[in-house]
Design a protein around this ligand. Structure first.
Ligand SMILES: *Cc1c(COP(=O)(O)O)cnc(C)c1O
Length: 298
């Protein structure tokens, strides 16, 4: 069996709360999954491992997947396929662009195929058009049962004392895995980073396949900051603040919104006294390469 290696073990970073929140008697820590690998960062490492093994088991010759031009999933897949010594094709949304994400993916051996935003919407047709014998398809963002089963393992790095686990949501695969593994007294707080993404709750339910477990999820849809990858000044300011106070680097697409939401919920006294709140730093810092220099202080 093929295994992806950690470059560094994930760890729990304790975050001392500011004076104004001290009276709430909650503890807060961040699970640093961003450190596990420079390219197969955060939750992508967990979501990809079972797909790769399945592909190798079936003697597939090539991994094919989908993503936007700044996609963490694309770069992580390219790096993971290089480790697994299997060819890969990335089907990329939109006009050809030159950026860090795609250059790094290509450097790792991923072939890139650009399609219009219109064509990108019909992934089934693209699959039919581009499929070769012995291809193995992975959904955009690694959505699917094997992805969720991999993400379930993230839970083993969370202390059993945790009462509230906060996760950023793209496809919902990580949230599904966390729900599968959650103890009965643990609440998973899902922070969707897309606007109008409430239907993703059904995608999560489809993976979890257990209506009782689904009751352990709280869906907080007011932290998307205008939509996917939108990053108004207030978000950037919060990112710089968290970096300066706690040396916590976040990315504009996912973890900045997650951390902002966590802090905001604390300010609203959302968490009961004696809660142990754990936010999952799901990686993906390369997404910040879309920003111009000097915006972030890290
Ligand atoms: C992909 C990604 C997510 C979203 O995970 P899903 O399983 O698609 O919900 C969250 N955080 C980071 C940093 C990511 O790269």
């Amino acid at each position: 069996m093929f295994t992806l290696e950690f470059e560094q073990m994930p760890y729990l970073q304790a975050i001392p709360l500011p004076q104004t929140l001290l009276n709430q008697k909650i503890t807060f820590s961040v699970l640093r999954l961003d450190v596990i690998h420079s390219e197969i960062s955060g939750n992508k490492w967990f979501k990809l491992k079972n797909y790769l093994n399945n592909a190798l088991l079936q003697n597939c010759q090539r991994i094919v997947t989908f993503g936007g031009p700044f996609s963490n999933h694309i770069l992580a897949t390219a790096a993971a396929c290089q480790q697994a010594k299997i060819a890969c094709l990335g089907i990329i949304r939109g006009e050809k662009v030159n950026n860090y994400t795609l250059a790094a993916a290509a450097e790792k051996g991923m072939a890139l195929h650009f399609v219009s935003r219109e064509a990108y919407k019909n992934k089934r047709l693209l699959q039919q058009q581009l499929q070769q014998p012995n291809d193995y398809f992975i959904n955009e963002g690694g959505y699917g049962h094997l992805g969720a089963l991999g993400a379930k393992d993230i839970h083993s790095f969370i202390p059993p004392t945790a009462t509230h686990i906060l996760a950023a949501v793209g496809t919902g695969t990580m949230a599904a895995g966390l729900l599968m593994a959650a103890e009965p007294n643990q609440t998973i707080i899902a922070i969707p980073v897309l606007k109008g993404a409430d239907a993703i709750q059904q995608d999560i339910a489809a993976l979890v396949n257990d209506s009782d477990k689904m009751k352990q999820m709280i869906w907080k849809n007011e932290y998307h900051f205008g939509g996917y990858a939108k990053h108004p000044a207030a978000l950037i300011q919060s990112m710089n603040e968290w970096w300066n106070l706690y040396q916590l680097p976040t990315d504009i697409v996912y973890t900045a919104k997650l951390i902002y939401a966590t802090r905001h919920l604390m300010e609203q006294q959302f968490f009961p006294p004696n809660s142990h709140v754990v936010a999952i730093h799901s990686g993906g810092l390369q997404g910040n390469t879309s920003l111009s220099k000097n915006i972030l202080q890290f």
